[in-house]
Design a protein around this ligand. Sequence first.
Ligand SMILES: C[S@@+](CC[C@H](N)C(=O)[O-])C[C@H]1O[C@@H](n2cnc3c(N)ncnc32)[C@H](O)[C@@H]1O
Length: 285
Amino acid sequence: MSSGARSPGDAFDSGTQDSGGVPALLDVSKPHSARVYDYYLGGKDNYEIDRATGERAAKSWPAVRTAVRENRAFLGRAVRFLVQEAGIRQFLDIGTGLPSGNNVHQIAQSLEPTSRVVYVDNDPIVLVHANALLTSRPEGKTSYIDADLRDPRGILDDPAVSGTLDFDEPIALMLVAILHFLTDDDDPRHIVSTLLEALPAGSYFTASHVTPEHDPDGVRGLESTYRAGGIPAQARDSATFTELAFAGLDVVDPGVTLVSEWRPDPGHSRPPAGQVNWYGGVARI
Ligand SMILES: C[S@@+](CC[C@H](N)C(=O)[O-])C[C@H]1O[C@@H](n2cnc3c(N)ncnc32)[C@H](O)[C@@H]1O
C-alpha cells in the first residue's frame, strides 16, 4: 500500500535515533538493496551488513561495481535522450535509490529547467535522504513517495503524482534496476502493464535488468547472496526481460542492449558483456 503520508522531513527527527546514531526505523541487521547499491557506487549511506553482503556478492561477480556504474550511466544517457530527443518533461522514477549527484531531476533540469519528477522508493534509508531529491529548480517540480512498486495502483493514486505530473502530457516511466527485485510470484508483467496503461499517448518507458546469460555462475552467485540476506532477487535473461518490460511497445534504437551498449558516449570504453550482465532499453508507449 502506498504510504505517501510519510514524507521526508517529518519521518525521522533527531529524537528517533538509536545509540549508534542510526535512525530508529532503519533495520541494520539485514542488508537492503538500496544500501548495497550505494556501497558499490562508493557512497556513504550503507552499514556493515550491506558492505559484507556486497563483498560476498562481489566474490561471485567480481566486476559488479563496473556493472553498477554502467547501469547508472545508462540511466543518465536515457534521461538525456528523453529530454533532448523525445521532448519529455515529466518523469515517474520508481526505485529511485539513494540520492547521488546525478538524480533524474538534476540531469533533466540541467537540460530543461521546467522538468517535473516524482520519485518513488520503499526503502526507509531513501526516505531519510529524500530531501536531496526535492531540490527542484523553481521552474520545475519534484516530489517523493514512500511506496512499493508491487502496489502500482497505490502509486498512481497518490496525491503527489497528480500534484506533480500532468497526465494530459507525455510522461517517462523509469523502472531502472528495480524489476529484478520482483519475483515471478509478484506478477511483474501485471505491475508494468498497470503503470503503462495509466500513461498518456506519447509517453516513454525506460527499464534495466540484471541478466544471467553472460556469466551464469557469477550472477546466480550474487542472486543467492542477496536472497540469503532477505532481498528478493531474480535475474532474467534478455529475452524474458524484453518480453516482461517491452512487449507490444515501440523500442527505440538500438533496442534492448547491454546497458553499456545503449547509445554510448563517444570515446567511452565499454566493458565485456560478462562484466556488465545488465540489459536496458527505452520504448515509446
Ligand atoms: C539498485 S537501486 C536502483 C537505483 C536507480 N534506479 C539506479 O538505477 O541507479 C534499486 C532501488 O529500488 C528500490 N526498490 C526495490 N524494490 C522495491 C519495491 N518493491 N518498491 C519500491 N522500491 C523498490 C530499492 O530500495 C532501491 O532503492
